[in-house]
Design a protein around this ligand. Structure first.
Ligand code: NAP
Length: 503
């Protein structure tokens, strides 16, 4: 049986994986493959099919700069439209022949001698590659709550990102756990349909009105005909959102939007007790600020109850709260987020000198520019450590990192490089600087727990600055920051040598 060898292997077909593949293809580097565990492209926009799923970042900026879409129907697109957009990108740029669907990577192992990665794939032959791009996304592995008795529940229990479409919502008694970005979209979407909805809130979220509206036909024609109209729409939206970073970096300023958000609660929520229950006690921005025009309205409904007493355990029949009350339910929906900081590598990744990524990251993930990791040569991450955003479109960060990775790969090709690995002292310096920059930001002083931070409080997900700073830092590949090993023999013969050994 022949062993499969590629120049670059990309894991995942969400925004990150597709962007990487498109840039490689445009640069004439077609020796790549994309491994996708599912059977379609789309990443989180394929998996999150819950009722009400939509994006809370405007579509003209939550899309690729090189592939504007004049046809967005509204300012904030629903999930299906975003998924269609990603499918369109895969078609338009001819990516489908490069994608191997149903390819779940189980393990990745680096060989220092050859500078090659071997990826073990469930039920398939292993794949060998020179460069390995981890574009599997931070929000791809559902996190189920660790509540005693969860396995004993006799009704339907599912996660927001794995919606059970065969469960009949009509007139049923539904419990929703969590009040994050997913929950506030689900609750208003299902509340009119279900018999009773109990929303189990652990921490209230700061919520602002969503400046949502549908685009008129005139606007869509304008966007279609005039590149300048699309360009301006994107730029204006980008800067509107980018300015929000100022408050996150100088949290005292958050008092202004907090006042607006409290006024929003007062306007929308009829009961004073419920208003108090829904008012957060931490600084706005410490957790993601949510946008919704329907969530509070839904909470006023007679068939909706916000349960703030805290969950004690789950029984065969429902959820028991700390006040001893049993809430009888037909279904429990866990809108409880994703495994982000707990299990940071999606599968075992063995780098050089016996390093394993999850072990290396056990005290919190660290990398360089969110793309490179010491001890893991020829591996690149997209939206890796400290490159997430709490205020603007992640697609902007993805494009910046993809640009950097492309330049790194081009560098290795041009110079006949066997391996590149970010120097430990460079990564250390970078992370020391990041932790200094976190001091006094809302994530450090805002008095909240969030999935941005590890249990010990280290923020491993957010970029503590303006998004354009990361873009500026990633404009050129920093060869000086890497240990570079050149090929003694030609890359081709090295591949052939490896093929003979493994095949
Ligand atoms: P999330 O923001 O992590 O929210 C999870 C919710 O579940 C929180 O309210 C959390 O409470 C609660 N929870 C977790 N474990 C619990 C437990 N054991 N008992 C009770 N409550 C528990 O998850 P998400 O709503 O799925 O959103 C995750 C991320 O996905 C977002 O931050 C965003 O980046 C992305 N997202 C984006 C959009 C969009 O429109 N762009 C939409 C959905 C999701 P605590 O707050 O107390 O921890």
């Amino acid at each position: 049986m022949g062993t499969d060898i590629k120049g670059v292997a990309i894991i995942g077909t969400g925004f990150s994986g597709l962007a990487m593949a498109i840039r490689l293809k445009k640069a004439g580097l077609e020796d790549f493959v994309i491994l996708e565990q599912s059977n379609d492209v789309g990443g989180t926009w394929r998996d999150n099919t819950y009722p009400g799923a939509a994006c809370d970042v405007p579509s003209h900026v939550y899309s690729f700069s090189f592939e504007p879409n004049p046809h967005w129907t509204s300012k904030f697109s629903p999930q299906k439209e975003i998924l269609r957009y990603l499918q369109h990108c895969a078609e338009k740029y001819g990516l489908r022949p490069f994608i191997r669907f149903g390819s779940r990577v189980q393990e990745a192992r680096y060989d220092s001698e050859s500078g090659l990665w071997t990826l073990s794939i469930e039920g398939r032959e292993p794949l060998i590659c020179r460069q390995f791009v981890l574009a599997s996304g931070g929000l791809s592995r559902p996190s189920y709550p660790k509540i005693p008795g969860i396995d004993t529940f006799k009704g339907a229990l599912f996660h927001s990102a794995r919606w059970n479409h065969s469960f009949p919502l009509d007139k049923s008694r539904v419990g929703v756990i969590g009040t994050g970005a997913s929950s506030i979209q689900i609750v208003p979407a299902i509340a009119p349909q279900v018999g009773k909805l109990s929303l189990f809130q652990r921490t209230p979220a700061w919520i602002m009105p969503k400046p949502e509206r549908r685009y008129t036909n005139f606007e869509k024609i304008l966007f279609e005909r005039f590149a300048l109209a699309r360009y301006l729409a994107r730029k204006i939206l980008y800067w509107q959102f980018e300015l929000k970073a100022i408050g996150l970096l100088k949290p005292i300023l958050m008092r202004i939007p907090e006042k607006d958000a409290k006024a929003f609660i007062d306007r929308e929520i009829e009961s004073p007790e419920l208003r108090a229950k829904l008012t957060p006690s931490y600084t706005m921005g410490c957790k993601r600020v949510l946008l919704s025009n329907e969530f509070y309205k839904a909470l006023n409904r007679e068939n909706v109850e916000v349960v703030g007493e805290g969950i004690e355990r789950i029984t065969e029949r429902g959820i028991v709260t700390r006040d001893g009350r049993e809430h009888i339910l037909d279904a429990i929906i866990c809108a409880t987020g994703f495994q982000v900081t707990e299990h940071s590598a999606p599968f075992p990744i063995h780098g050089s000198e016996g390093r394993e990524l999850s072990k290396q990251w056990s005290e919190g993930a660290e990398g360089y520019l969110g793309v490179s990791i010491t001890g893991f040569p020829n591996l690149f991450t997209i939206v890796g450590p400290n490159s997430g955003l709490g205020h603007n479109s992640i697609v902007f960060m993805i494009e910046a990192q993809v640009n950097y990775i492309l330049k790194a790969i081009q560098f290795t090709k041009q110079k006949n490089v066997k391996s590149i690995e970010v120097k430990p002292e460079v990564q250390d310096r970078y992370n020391k600087d990041l932790s200094k920059r976190f001091t006094n930001t809302v994530w450090s002083v805002g008095k909240c727990d969030s999935w941005y931070k590890t249990a010990s409080g280290k923020n491993t997900t957010i970029f503590p600055g303006f998004s354009f700073e990361l873009r500026m830092k990633t404009r050129r590949f920093h060869a000086f920051a890497y240990k570079v090993e050149f090929e003694g023999v030609s890359a081709k013969s090295r591949l052939q040598e490896k093929m003979l050994r493994v095949g």
